[in-house]
Design a binder for this molecule. Structure first.
Ligand code: PRP
Length: 168
C-alpha cells in the first residue's frame, strides 16, 4: 500500500470544506445525507467541524442487473427516514467515480422537493466519468487509482485507516 493522502492532509481539507460549507449555509440548518457505507467516517468528521446546526440521515445504494455498477442500474436499498421537503440538504459521499450513483441519487432526492440540494464528495475521479455529474464541493481530485482507508474499503477491509492509500 502506498500513502496517497495523510491523516493530516485529510483533516486540514475537511476543516476547510466544513468552514466553506458552514459559511454558505449561514443561518440555515443542514440535513446531511450520508451515502453508506463509504461516507460514514468523512461525514462524522465533517459534521463535527461544521458550525451550522446539522441533522443527519443515511441512504444506501446498490447496483443491480450486472456485476458492476457500470451497468448503470442503481437502486436505493436503504431510504431516508427524514422527509426532505423544504429542507436544505447536503449529500455526503466519499468518492465519485463513474458518477452513476450520484446522478441517480440526485434525481431521486430532487423529486422530493428539498429547498436546496448540494453534494460534497471527499474524493473525485473526473477521469472515470461515464455520466455527467459534478459535486458542489470536492475535497481532492485524484487519478484513477484503487484507494482504501478513511471509509473506503476493499472487500470491507481498511475502512478504519486514518489516511488514504493506493492499493497495489
Ligand atoms: C462507492 C462510493 C460511491 C460509489 C461511486 O460505493 O461510495 O457510492 O461507489 O461510484 P460511481 O460514481 O461509479 O457510481 P461502493 O459501491 O464501493 O459501496 P460502499 O460505499 O458501501 O463501500
Amino acid at each position: 500500500m502506498k500513502l496517497l493522502l495523510s491523516e493530516k492532509e485529510i483533516q486540514r481539507r475537511v476543516s476547510a470544506l466544513a468552514r466553506r460549507i458552514s459559511k454558505d449555509f449561514t443561518g440555515k440548518e443542514v440535513l446531511l445525507v450520508g451515502v453508506l457505507k463509504g461516507a460514514f467516517i468523512f461525514m462524522a468528521d465533517l459534521a463535527r467541524k461544521m458550525t451550522t446546526p446539522v441533522k443527519t440521515d443515511f441512504v444506501r445504494l446498490a447496483s443491480y442487473g450486472s456485476e458492476t455498477r457500470s451497468s448503470g442500474k442503481v437502486k436505493l436499498t436503504k431510504d431516508l427516514e427524514i422527509p426532505l421537503a423544504g429542507k436544505d440538504v447536503l449529500v455526503v459521499e466519499d468518492i465519485i467515480d463513474t458518477g452513476i450513483t450520484l446522478k441517480y441519487l440526485h434525481q431521486q432526492l430532487k423529486a422530493r422537493q428539498p429547498r436546496s440540494l448540494k453534494v460534497v464528495t471527499l474524493l473525485d475521479k473526473p477521469g472515470r466519468r461515464q455520466v455527467d455529474f459534478r459535486a458542489d464541493y470536492v475535497g481532492f481530485q485524484i487519478e484513477d487509482h484503487f484507494v482504501v482507508g478513511y471509509g473506503l474499503d476493499c472487500a470491507e477491509e481498511y475502512r478504519n485507516l486514518r489516511g488514504i492509500y493506493i492499493l497495489k
